[in-house]
Design a protein around this ligand. Structure first.
Ligand code: A3P
Length: 253
């Protein structure tokens, strides 16, 4: 499936110790934007094996920079690498996944609560700047005009028509290597229901997970618009104040 393993050092990624090769593609997003889902789809597409892709195998196919250094080091090229970092000019090719900031913050809130890292109301949470590695609008702003971006995908479009979005991406990354049936199969193997089941059965258990929340931490609701169940009008104003321009740009408002 992959070209031969190469260990030569080319250049270093900004800040991280990992080596970046010129044929690397980065799957970049702000946290909670659907990265695991797209990673599953791609891993299902490019992995020639009868075995199911699960949370462990998807990490071995698409490791995260700064987190899975050992796996990255031994991965065959050309590699696909997950990243949540802000703009990095050293990433040779970037697929940027974007999701409505309001749903992102809702997803983040539940994720951190499930990890028992959070004990506050949603309103307090979205205003608490030091919880986040960066704000959504800073992340998106840092990437939006980057010249190394080869594709920008909206989570909401992936929800609406996953096969179309994946076939557009596949034609950019691999020309006509994958046919419609293969793309359909990869999308089907990465359905919300299936991923939720896999996470419940085989996902990495978080030792600090609250018993009631034990079901799933990554694959929670998988919809767009859940923010309407969480935002007060003041919360909405707060987010609009910092992110309206980008939300408009991506047709979220
Ligand atoms: P919700 O918490 O809103 O449900 P990330 O992987 O970047 O952390 O993103 C997590 C979000 O992607 C979660 O959103 C999760 O449910 C959603 N997601 C994961 N798998 C999905 C799938 N197969 N289909 C749709 N959404 C999915």
């Amino acid at each position: 499936m992959f070209a031969k393993k190469v260990k030569a050092r080319i250049f270093r990624g900004g800040g991280a110790k990992e080596v970046i090769f010129p044929d690397d593609t980065f799957l970049v997003s702000y946290p909670k934007s659907g990265n695991t889902w797209l990673r599953f789809i791609i891993a299902n597409l490019i992995t020639e094996t009868e075995d199911d892709i699960d949370f462990h195998t998807s990490i071995s196919v698409i490791p995260e920079i700064g987190v899975h250094s050992k796996i990255l080091e031994n991965l065959s090229r050309p590699r696909i690498i997950k990243s949540h970092h802000l703009f990095n000019k050293n990433y040779p090719k970037v697929i940027y996944l974007v999701r409505d900031a309001r749903d992102v913050y809702v997803s983040y809130y539940h994720y951190l609560r499930k990890k028992l890292m959070l004990d506050m109301t949603f309103s307090k949470f979205i205003r608490k700047q030091d919880i986040f590695p960066s704000r959504w609008h800073d992340h998106v702003n840092s990437w939006i005009n980057a010249s190394n971006i080869i594709s920008i995908i909206r989570y909401e479009d992936l929800l609406k028509n996953p096969c179309l979005e994946v076939s557009k991406l596949a034609s950019i990354l691999w020309k006509d290597r994958f046919n419609e049936e293969e793309i359909k199969a990869a999308v089907k193997s990465s359905s919300f229901e299936r991923m939720q089941r896999i996470e419940a059965e085989r996902g990495r258990p978080f030792k600090d997970l609250n018993a009631e929340e034990k079901s799933t931490i990554f694959v929670r609701k998988g919809i767009s618009g859940d923010w309407k169940n969480h935002f007060s009008s003041e919360d909405e104003d707060f987010i609009l104040e910092e992110a309206a321009t980008l939300l408009k740009y991506f047709n979220y408002i």
